[in-house]
Design a protein around this ligand. Structure first.
Ligand code: CA
Length: 291
């Protein structure tokens, strides 16, 4: 049973002079769970995250880290790979297998190890290699949170733009090439997830987990079927690219079913920055807190 608690006891096992590993609760950007057995690194990371308004809970081994996910309901987990008790691979796998969707950033000394976490599709969202700059780490934390768990306190999520596609999560509306597109709830979630992560390749397992909430393994053909439906509703220029053998990505430079290595200059435009809405078609990019 997961019961929220604020317990200093099992958190104060680390060799610190200060003793209080839990930072005071205050209205903040939410809780980050740090699972790290090196106190010097933990102190540094905590300092920077707190300064940025996060509450930090620190655990020093795999099993207590796993338990803290239930107890503390963090918005994100910063997970060291080499840990006593249970390593970061096992923690990630255990979390995902029981359906946990909390974003995970792996912190490791070796890039190849982190690659394994992502490559084996255990379900980490990003990784940072040691030694890292604390500023970069905080930036990664915020980027992953923006992608996976938009801050509820920052109001409704603003419309997402990709070329001539606009996805408005607040209004649950999609406009593509100047015309509204009717999607089912699941199709909408799928498209939003892809566009939020535009330019990034997403595996079928990642999509299943984020959009359907499945812990894998699951039948990845579900994803293919929904992608097909999305494409048929969006039409020939659907900005969804198939990455053979891997998954999909949202990219308006390669419309249709395959990557377009040559690029189509006419369509490429300026990728990325929001605000490239097609003229006259969108209901206005500033999300007034209407609905
Ligand atoms: Ca370690």
């Amino acid at each position: 049973m997961a019961r929220p608690r604020t317990c200093l006891g099992d958190a104060s096992v680390g060799p610190t002079a200060k003793g209080d590993w839990l930072t005071p609760e205050h209205p903040s950007k939410g809780t980050v769970l740090l699972v790290e057995d090196e106190a010097s690194i933990a102190d540094l990371v905590r300092l920077y995250l707190e300064r940025d308004g996060f509450r930090v809970v620190w655990r020093t081994d795999g099993p207590s880290g796993l338990a803290a996910v239930d107890a503390e309901r963090p918005r994100l987990v910063l997970l060291d790979l080499m840990l006593p008790g249970m390593d970061g691979f096992e923690v990630t796998r255990a979390l995902r297998q029981r359906g946990g969707r909390v974003p995970i950033i792996v912190v490791t000394a070796r890039e190849e190890e982190a690659d394994r976490v992502l490559g084996l599709e255990l379900g980490a969202d990003d990784y940072v290699t040691k030694p890292f700059s604390p500023r970069e780490l905080v930036a990664r934390v915020k980027a992953v949170l923006r992608r996976t768990d938009p801050d509820p306190e920052s109001g409704p999520e603003p419309p997402l733009h990709l070329g001539s596609l606009t996805v408005d999560p607040a209004r649950h509306e999609v406009v593509f090439e100047g015309r509204p597109v009717q999607l089912t709830a699941r199709e909408f979630e799928l498209l939003s997830y892809l566009v939020r992560n535009r330019g990034l390749v997403l595996t079928r397992d990642q999509i299943l987990e984020r959009v359907w909430g499945y812990s894998f393994p699951a039948d990845t053909r579900t994803v293919d079927v929904h992608i097909r439906q999305l494409r048929s509703k969006l039409g020939d220029h659907a900005p969804i690219v198939t990455i053979r053998g891997v998954g999909y990505k949202a990219d308006d430079r390669g419309a249709g079913g395959a990557p377009d290595p040559a690029g189509t200059p006419g369509q490429a435009g300026t990728p990325g920055p929001a605000g490239t809405s097609s003229p006259g078609s969108t209901p206005g990019p500033t999300a007034a807190g209407g609905g």
